[in-house]
Design a binder for this molecule. Sequence first.
Ligand SMILES: Cc1ncc(C[n+]2csc(CCOP(=O)(O)OP(=O)(O)O)c2C)c(N)n1
Length: 368
Amino acid sequence: MVDDPSAPDPSTLLPPATPVRLLESDGTYRADPDWAVDLPDDQLVELYRTMVMARQIDAQSIRLQRQGQLGVYASLRGQEAAQIGSGFALAPQDWVFPSYRELGVALTRAMDPRELLHVFRGTWLGAHDPAKHRFGLITISIGTQALHAAGFAMGARLDDADCCAVVYLGDGATSEGDVHEALNFAAVFNAPCVFFVQNNQYAISVPVTRQTKAPTIAHKAVGYGMPGYRCDGNDVLACYAVMRRALEHARGGGGPVLVEAETYRMEAHTTADDPTRYRDERELEQWRARDPITRFDKFLRDHGLLDDDLAETVAQAATAEAQAVRAAIYDAPHGDPLELFDHVYVEPTARLRAQRAQLAAELAGQEA
Ligand SMILES: Cc1ncc(C[n+]2csc(CCOP(=O)(O)OP(=O)(O)O)c2C)c(N)n1
């Protein structure tokens, strides 16, 4: 291969030896001049409100599934800082390409959580309008959303739009061919795309050590010719600061960035999974001590931004919202199953028409 003088010096792409952390596990703030957080006090409290809201709606969603109201549900418990810290860093014009676990990110886009839960109930078949909140449809096929984001970012570059695409991935997704292709394409074409990997340590039961032999997931970025950043994914301020930097880089024409947020999924993979079969209580205990909300609660109290009264008000508002979500989902009628075929193509193909007719006949048979 001919030497390319524009190829980056690999040493400039390497992630730091330790993840960026601004809040210790006990909530003590360690200012780092390289990673300043420029949020005003009211926005810091807003971060906290959103994290508490996400946790309560999440807990309510698990209960709804247990009562047979949702078909399945994928909890974000433990990942609130990664999702909400990073989500807060986005500009309104940026686009999010989520997987199925991104309730917290959705809240930062002012999305109505009911829209996501209807998908898990199977009522609306996932058809929220992505353009409304610049939040793509939930993807269940692992890693496909990375391709959507890379393509979208390329389009934004060609249009000269001041817009980044941010794709949310799990550690397991980094083993998928689609994700490799998206990383490579985005890098080669300098697309304004941030790949935000929530390394929650497991792809269902498969630990991250089985996903890669690279020192960290962020190190993989070097091979694509893009910078790799690492942050403590249970530290909301670090997630915010690192995402800010990644977006600045991409927005300023620097091309894509791979961010790895090191966190932990506290609940089962989905409500259909039994995590006791592959991880032990001791491990869970260690991560409980790093709870992202407890940690940030301490920071806010240390800085005079939170007291018992405000914490109580925030908790009550979250409970009320979680109950409103429950009321909207509980016993919500299912739509017409044939709607399944409506939004696939503008003009349905012959095969789709045949499948639709087959399902219609089966449903008519059931009713007869
Ligand atoms: C293409 C594809 N292969 C396999 C699956 C089955 N599957 C569902 S979730 C999952 C693990 C994903 O793990 P990760 O990317 O780390 O995300 P997490 O669920 O931990 O957030 C797998 C393999 C799938 N949905 N899609």
